[in-house]
Write a protein that binds this ligand. Structure first.
Ligand SMILES: [Zn+2]
Length: 72
């Protein structure tokens, strides 16, 4: 029996493939870290900072503010 091992790309520890559902990561912990990286950093479109992005843009769902805004 030869255990397939590999270096975990996250923590650089030895990851064992045998019976490891988080392969090629070494453990669930690294799996979660990897997942967090994905959601936190790389989920957004890379290389496209939007200078016009308004953090708190009103979505036009104001309370009856439609007076005098007829553009059609
Ligand atoms: Zn690891």
């Amino acid at each position: 029996m030869t255990a397939t091992t590999r270096r975990c790309p996250l923590c650089k520890n030895t990851a064992v493939k045998d019976g490891n559902k988080f392969w090629p990561l070494c453990s669930e912990r690294c799996h979660l870290v990897d997942l967090g990286k994905w959601l936190g950093e790389e989920y957004r479109v890379p290389g496209e900072p939007d200078p016009n992005a308004v953090p708190d843009a009103p979505s036009g769902d104001g309370d009856g503010d439609g007076s005098g805004r007829h553009e059609r």
